[in-house]
Design a protein around this ligand. Structure first.
Ligand SMILES: Nc1ncnc2c1ncn2[C@@H]1O[C@H](COP(=O)(O)OP(=O)(O)OP(=O)(O)O)[C@@H](O)[C@H]1O
Length: 264
């Protein structure tokens, strides 16, 4: 395998997804490189979450090929898919925690499903993950309903890294957080990406996150990845939505605050 191929941890080619007559993606291509944080942006309903779900094999595309770690996500046996799935973690938009389980039990859930571990070892490992995402010790035994929104997101992140994945998929992790909570979550993503060597597939609307932590940005528009590149590259893209998004007042504010932080 050529070096460039090894570098490419996710490869999507000619993806077509549709629900009935509603075509969401039509010939979408995307490469994600090992070790990068790629921000996936686009207007509401452009198919960011659907793309995430297709990549992790939760949704069957009408056409196209999706490879993760060089292996097709669909043309696999159940055992192969289970082995693949162990190598990534997903944090869905609302955290998707089990409400009847405590935080630690939520983090233990994928371990219980995938690993043969003695219960006390599983508990210890889950407790470590809970600490790694910055939750206090006493959050472990709480139920999701007893946590703030920001804490629930951290718990969802802890569950996404339960199996020491190589890739984490995060679906709008900072949505609904106040700016300080959102910035703290960005820092957490960046720190864990560095410490664990993660590749991060980040669906977001948050321009601050794009500036603060993303190596590259992929823009979904017109049913495909319209542009992919650095934030600087995005400023050159001639498309109405991209212009509005990356040159609008919110973009200018996000850029100004990232420059201020960089200078501090
Ligand atoms: N299970 C489903 N059945 C039918 N339509 C669906 C289903 N899931 C998603 N869609 C449709 O696919 C389109 C893309 O949805 P998706 O959730 O990926 O958008 P998005 O880009 O993530 O949007 P947002 O930024 O608002 O979260 C939407 O029009 C949505 O209604």
């Amino acid at each position: 395998m050529a070096a460039a191929d090894q570098d490419r941890i996710i490869r999507v080619r000619g993806l077509v997804t549709r629900f009935g007559s509603h075509v969401v993606h039509d010939g979408l291509d995307l490469d994600v490189r090992r070790g990068e944080i790629i921000g996936v942006v686009g207007g509401s309903g452009t198919g960011k979450s659907v793309l995430l779900r297709a990549i992790v094999g939760l949704l069957k595309p009408a056409e196209g090929r999706i490879e993760v770690f060089g292996q097709s996500v669909r043309d696999t046996s159940d055992a192969e898919y289970r082995a693949l799935r162990r190598r990534w973690g997903v944090m869905f938009q609302d955290g998707a925690l089990f409400s009847s389980l405590t935080v630690r039990q939520n983090v233990e859930a994928p371990m219980r499903e995938q690993l043969q571990l003695a219960p006390d070892l599983r508990e210890t490992l889950a407790a470590i993950k809970v600490r790694m995402v910055g939750l206090p010790e006493n959050a472990q035994d709480k139920y999701p309903s007893e946590l703030s929104g920001g804490m629930r997101k951290r718990a969802g992140f802890a569950r996404a890294i339960a199996l020491d994945p190589e890739i984490v998929f995060l679906d709008e992790p900072t949505a609904g957080l106040d700016p300080i909570g959102a910035a703290a979550f960005d820092i957490l993503i960046k720190q864990l990406q560095n410490a664990l060597g993660l590749t991060v597939f980040l669906v977001t609307h948050d321009l601050d996150s794009l500036h603060a932590i993303c190596d590259r940005v992929a823009v979904l528009a017109d049913r495909r990845v319209l542009a992919v590149g650095t934030m600087a590259d995005m400023l050159e893209v001639d498309h109405p939505w991209v212009r509005e998004y990356f040159h609008g007042p919110r973009a200018r504010a996000a850029l100004a605050s990232s420059v201020t932080e960089g200078a501090a």
